[in-house]
Design a protein around this ligand. Structure first.
Ligand code: FES
Ligand code: FES
Length: 919
């Protein structure tokens, strides 16, 4: 029990909790969610917002779902409460949990307890619900990962109560629909996220943040604050930070841990309060003596680029953080020879990641080492960043990732890490911090708003001849991933098409906003909106079918990209389009028939294509893996990939098991702990399947070589385990090796281990942006069907068909889940998501798709195998989202005739466009 629940005891409340009679000593006004988590240590109930918006805290109260963050403890007196921990019986999963497991209804798992409880409420009333009933019952629980489709499938399937499938047989793991190896923990509430395992003796840290987008400030005397709050142990300021700058790039450490006299965005950290939890939570911001002198902020691109604009950061003239450029051929003179030239300017908004788990973690000092348990996408980068901030050696820092409740790029940047690390180091006490939802939204990175000017020219057959694309990104106050976006977008700006003449650039512009960073696509989704609108425009000008014009231009093996890279294999866009063609023609006919009699409701069919370079742009980004076998005959994959819900805990095992030649069920795994795993790089840029997958395979092959050598066996020998005995069956002889008799070779207790490393072959881009920025590319085409209410301006997506060339699906069930989730996020970006600093810092003003917004999705997997990939795999995380917004916009245009140049297409925006169109 922590100090908060030990606060004043005012009464006792008796109720039934998961079938047991319990008595709570917390105040009757305490939130039930807090009581469950803090007093009863039932941390399966999650807190995503504390405001009734996300549903992560859903439990059953007398059998009915409630948000436990909105229920006072006193309301539970003499009633029954059931949490996710009460769903199964005697350690066995319930039928509902098994159905979720079978269908992979959990990705990161942070929403899963809430989903399960909402579904349990429904199923008790309605054992065989139809989709509409499921949507109604689960509408209050948000999921940012799954796109909800697997959850609907799971709930519909509960009544069938099927057994769980067996673990894949020997040699069949890669490519199998293997269950998530961490699935049971996510389904029972046992999984521990950043806020779930905070030590009872931890001090708490909260951050006082700037209410101004730009201001100078001074700190007053803190004595009165300490006197008023005896539980306040320390106030950390910029002067306490050994090296007060962090950032993604080794040479750009421009973001202070704590602001030093000037703040550059609303929500920037000014001071950190550390102390007893109750004391810290009682301190109001206006009690802290900070005197601000507000200055005029540069909020927009126009303001930041004005000739007389002051500099956001002193070393960035013109407020240009960086510019990336690609030039192939010479487009300008080619346009005059084109049969059709389309032009446009497209604008996008800040988009919030809205992972359901806010940033959280705790740190502890162990003599000369600092250990952080945090939710993160990038353990080794956190380690190295912490070493810079603390002026320690990287080996003095240990990052132990907790389960990560969604990231999507937003947990690549440090958040709580430097603050809790610094406090724990200085105070030599465990220190914890859990961001509130508004804090998470105001202080962390967003998708870059973009302004993209494009010109696409084609010949009379619709073949692209020339492309220009000039993209300006609002990158906020600090660099974060701005350089990555500015460099990746010019490479992708002409789309997945063969174009002889291309000129594109991307600029990241500093403004007084929270930093824009990495978000599923690094600017490519914004660019795809522009290039796909141009393809539609050219199709209309040349009276070509929209799918056909894409097919004519699709890049294929032997073609050169805009950077001059000739593609040698795994170029599946044409196959995606061919797979789409029958659906396309059918849907066009269906929509035409509907519109023939419709008036207010108009339907449309749209298409969007994409390509995406796997891994970092034009730079080394290796992964390393290690696998060991112990004296007991168990294998352990020491897996440095942060599993943020995408499933690398499972897929890396699948790859490694087949490489070793032993069944997946013989393996355990360690995830991300920097003391126990090697550096597998970041879980970003859709790189883990390809890069870390290769490293896993190589580690497995290496261990296999060692084991075969033990028996003097040849490559084709079969391995098996009989308890602690390794059995090696070679042609004509079988060797039995008693592993328990071998000496451990490392602290983990392994008696043999294998090592693998893979770094994708790329080359730096030259001054014209020419080179090989990526070793391989993913391709996709998606079709969206929409229904637009032309009076209200509302758009409902009715169906999505998604064809993705993933090279090889390491786990088709997981790939489908990634595609569903990406489509849901793309739908949000197209239709509803716009983060406005100071106005949408919560999940009731900032809308993300709910279960009722995501339509049926048909996934078509194209497996055009990549020779360099593990089993042929490439990646799918970001590609899943990129084609969705352009497909939806294309469909709206088809339905209404309106070309959309700004997202999100909210009802007021669409109404205005429709009025202008009909005027
Ligand atoms: S935490 Fe209760 S609804 Fe979000
Ligand atoms: S699985 Fe639902 S939020 Fe991650």
């Amino acid at each position: 029990m922590n100090d908060r629940s030990e606060a004043v005891i005012t009464s006792t409340i008796a109720f039934t909790l998961n079938g047991e009679s319990v008595v709570s000593h917390s105040p009757p006004i305490a939130r039930l969610a807090d009581v469950l988590r803090d007093e009863f240590r039932l941390t399966g109930t999650k807190i995503g917002c504390n405001a009734g918006d996300c549903g992560a805290c859903t439990v059953l109260l007398d059998g009915h779902q409630v948000c436990s963050c909105c229920i006072a403890l006193g309301q539970t007196a003499s009633r029954t409460v059931v949490t996710v921990e009460g769903l199964g019986r005697a350690g066995a999963l319930s039928a509902l949990q098994r159905a979720f497991h079978r269908h992979m209804g959990a990705q990161c798992g942070i929403c899963t307890p809430g989903m399960l409880m909402a579904a349990a409420d429904l199923l008790a009333r309605c054992p065989r619900p139809v989709e509409m009933e499921i949507q109604d019952a689960l509408a209050g629980v948000l999921c940012r990962c799954t796109g909800y489709r697997k959850i609907v499938e799971a709930v519909r399937d509960v009544a069938n109560d099927l057994a769980l499938p067996q673990s894949p047989a020997l040699g069949t793991a890669l490519g199998a629909r293997a269950l998530k190896v961490d699935g049971v923990a996510k389904l029972t509430g046992a999984e521990q996220f950043g806020a779930d395992a905070i030590p009872a003796d931890a001090l708490w840290l909260s951050v006082v943040r700037s209410p101004h987008a730009h201001a100078a400030f001074t700190l007053g005397d803190l004595a009165a604050l300490h006197a008023a709050h005896p539980g306040l142990v320390r106030v950390l300021t910029a002067r306490d930070v050994p090296s007060n700058g962090f950032g993604i790039y080794p040479a750009i450490k421009d973001q202070p841990v704590l602001a030093d006299g000037v703040v550059h965005f609303r929500g920037e950290a000014v001071v950190a309060l550390v102390g007893q939890r109750a004391a810290i939570e009682a301190i109001r911001d206006d009690e802290v003596p900070i005197c601000y002198e507000p200055r005029t902020p540069l909020s927009t691109l126009e303001q930041a680029l004005a000739a007389d604009a002051p500099r956001v950061l002193p070393d960035r003239p013109g407020n240009v953080l960086i510019e990336g450029r690609v030039r192939k051929g010479d487009p300008a003179p080619v346009f005059v020879q084109c049969a059709a030239v389309a032009v446009g300017r497209f604008e996008t908004a800040f988009v919030e990641h809205a992972y359901i788990e806010p940033e959280a973690g705790w740190a502890v000092r162990n003599n000369k080492r600092l250990q952080l348990h945090v939710t993160t996408q990038t353990p080794y980068m956190d380690r190295d960043e912490m070493a810079v901030v603390m002026k320690l050696e990287p080996t003095q820092i240990r990052i132990v990732p907790t389960a990560c409740g969604g990231g999507f790029g937003g947990k690549l940047d440090m958040s709580v890490q430097p603050l809790i690390g610094l406090a724990a180091w200085l105070l030599d006490r465990p220190v914890a911090c859990v961001y509130t939802r508004p804090e998470s939204m105001m202080a962390t990175t967003k998708r870059h708003p973009a302004r993209i000017d494009v010109r696409f020219g084609a010949d009379a057959n619709g073949r692209l001849q020339a492309v220009e694309s000039f993209a300006t990104f609002n990158t906020g106050a600090y660099a974060s991933w701005g350089p990555t976006v500015a460099n990746r977008v010019p490479v992708h700006a002409s789309g997945p098409y063969a174009v002889p003449h291309v000129h594109s650039w991307g600029k990241a512009i500093l403004t007084h906003n929270m930093p824009a960073g990495a978000f599923r696509g690094f600017g490519v989704p914004q660019a795809a909106i522009a290039h796909e609108a141009m393809l539609d425009e050219l199709a209309q000008m040349l009276e070509l079918d929209r799918l056909e014009i894409r097919r004519r231009n699709a890049i294929n093996v032997g073609d050169a990209t805009a950077t001059g890279q000739v593609l040698h294999a795994s170029c599946g866009l044409t196959a995606c389009l061919d797979a789409m063609a029958p659906h396309w023609n059918r849907l066009l006919n269906e929509v035409a028939a509907f519109n023939a009699t419709a008036t207010i409701l108009r339907r449309g069919v749209g298409i969007g294509c994409m390509w995406y370079g796997i891994g970092n742009t034009a730079m080394s980004n290796p992964s390393e893996m290690r696998v060991g076998i112990s004296r007991t005959g168990r294998l352990t994959l020491y897996n440095g990939c942060a599993d943020i819900g995408q499933g690398t805990n499972t897929t890396m095992l699948q790859v490694c098991a087949d490489a070793v030649g032993l069944p997946m069920a013989a393996f355990d795994y360690v995830t991300g702990d920097t003391d126990r795993t090697l550096d597998a790089g970041k879980s970003s840029a859709s790189r883990q399947a390809f890069v870390s997958g290769n490293a896993s395979a190589r580690a497995g092959h290496d261990l296999r070589r060692h084991l075969l050598a033990l028996a003097g066996a040849g490559d084709a020998a079969m391995l098996s385990l009989d308890g602690a005995t390794l059995v090696v069956a070679d042609v004509g002889r079988t060797t039995r090796i008693d592993l328990s008799q071998l000496e451990p070779i490392n602290v983990e207790g392994d008696v043999h281990s294998g090592y693998g490393r893979f770094d994708p072959p790329t080359t730096p881009l030259d001054a014209q942006g020419q080179g090989v920025p990526y070793a391989t590319y993913a391709f996709a085409a998606q079709i969206a069907v929409v229904e637009v209410d032309v009076e209200l301006g509302t758009t409902k997506v009715l169906q999505v068909i998604a064809a993705h060339d993933v090279g090889r699906a390491l786990n088709p069930q997981q790939v489908e889940g990634q595609i569903h989730g990406g489509i849901a996020q793309g739908l949000g970006m197209a239709l509803m998501e716009e983060y406005i600093p100071g106005q949408t810092d919560n999940l009731h003003d900032y809308l993300i798709p709910t279960i009722g917004d995501v339509p049926p999705i048909e996934v078509i997997l194209i497996e055009d195998r990549e020779p360099l990939g593990p089993g042929g795999a490439k990646g799918v995380g970001e590609p899943a989202l990129i084609p969705t917004p352009p497909a939806i916009l294309s469909a709206i245009r088809h339905a209404t005739g309106v070309r959309i140049e700004q997202v999100p297409v909210t009802p007021p925006r669409l109404r205005a466009l429709l009025r202008a169109c009909s005027a």
